[in-house]
Design a protein around this ligand. Structure first.
Ligand code: AKB
Length: 319
């Protein structure tokens, strides 16, 4: 039977998406209905959730107990290793990125929880796929550990929906840009680091080459999209693997030019590292028309609005 009060568990709640999503969920559902969780110790003020559970999400027994204790109905399962870090720890990346997702799908199949959100990524695309305007239904051919784990996760989501009616929803996030909580271990993270260094040092050495375009999204838009997808009527959803999200597309050079409008002395140089190869295998832009049609995806931030907002907020935070 469907529960009327949503009781929410967020995994990876102290991460880049987790901190901001948790606070938005608290605004909507009330602190008493939101349980944040993560590997680290809780620090005062980091999220507004009513409860915090320090838990290793691969510890299935503990996770099940927490789901039961709090009578959780909805899980936002965000805990994941990103692309750069996954290349360094492939076996652990597979374990962390896949096994808990399967466990949550099993719990939903058993009727213990009712709804799951799970983030996929533009990393599912890969070799041999056109660079521009990549569609929802292209063949996936990831060449990274992270991309392989996300592709497999998407197929599991689709499987659990098709076979067992499990209501698991997913978005292929592009690079996420935000100022509240630092990103960590991603290929698109240059687009976050650059702001910190522009403000603190006036210069930045990019680990991605100047003309490499990648799709990016400002955190505000990412959170709105996530909540919109989770609130959409079930019958409107035509994609049960993961929805494409395009956001905006730019190169490091274009972003540097935008930053120079706000910080005229800013300087950039380029020293691509192993993440360049990852970026080269990813699309430069994404077609997200299916998400727009199915659940009304829209954006408030382009590159100029995002750059202005990042600099304004980071200047205050770093002072
Ligand atoms: C990464 O760079 O690994 C992530 C992603 C695009 O999924 N930001």
């Amino acid at each position: 039977m469907e529960s009327h009060t949503e009781k929410i568990l967020i995994t990876g709640a102290l991460g880049q998406i987790g901190t901001e999503l948790t606070n938005r969920l608290v605004e909507i559902h009330g602190a008493e209905n939101v349980v944040a969780s993560g590997l680290d110790r809780w620090q005062k003020g980091i999220t507004a959730a009513g409860y915090y559970e320090r838990m290793d999400v691969t510890n299935t027994q503990l996770v099940r107990q927490i789901i039961k204790d709090y009578e959780i109905t909805t899980v936002y399962h965000l805990a994941s290793l990103l692309s750069g870090t996954s290349e360094k720890q492939p076996i652990f990346a597979w374990k962390l990125n896949l096994e808990p997702l399967l466990q949550f799908c099993e719990m939903a199949r058993e009727g213990l929880i009712q709804k799951i959100f799970w983030p996929s990524s533009i990393a599912v695309f890969g070799k041999g796929i056109p660079k521009e305007n990549v569609g929802q239904d292209v063949v996936l051919n990831p060449t990274t550990v992270y991309g392989i784990s996300k592709m497999a996760g998407e197929k599991w989501c689709e499987y659990y929906f098709d076979k067992h009616g499990v209501d698991v929803r997913s978005i292929r996030y592009p690079g996420l840009i935000s100022w509240k909580t630092p990103a960590g271990g991603g290929t698109t993270d240059y687009a976050v680091e650059i702001f910190y260094e522009a403000i603190e040092e006036g210069k930045y050495t990019s680990f991605i080459s100047e003309n490499t375009g990648m799709p990016m999204l400002y955190m505000d838009d990412a959170i709105n999209a996530t909540l919109q997808l989770m609130e959409a009527p079930k019958e409107n959803l035509t994609v049960r693997s993961s929805y494409n999200l395009g956001g905006m597309s730019f190169t490091p050079k274009e972003l540097a030019e935008e930053i120079k409008k706000e910080i005229p002395d800013f300087e950039i140089d380029y020293k691509p590292d192993f993440r360049q190869q990852i970026a080269d295998s990813w699309p430069a832009s994404i077609d997200d028309s299916v998400a727009k049609k199915d659940w009304g995806l829209s954006y408030n931030y382009g590159i100029s609005e995002m750059t202005k907002d990042m600099i304004k907020n980071l200047k205050v935070k770093l002072n």
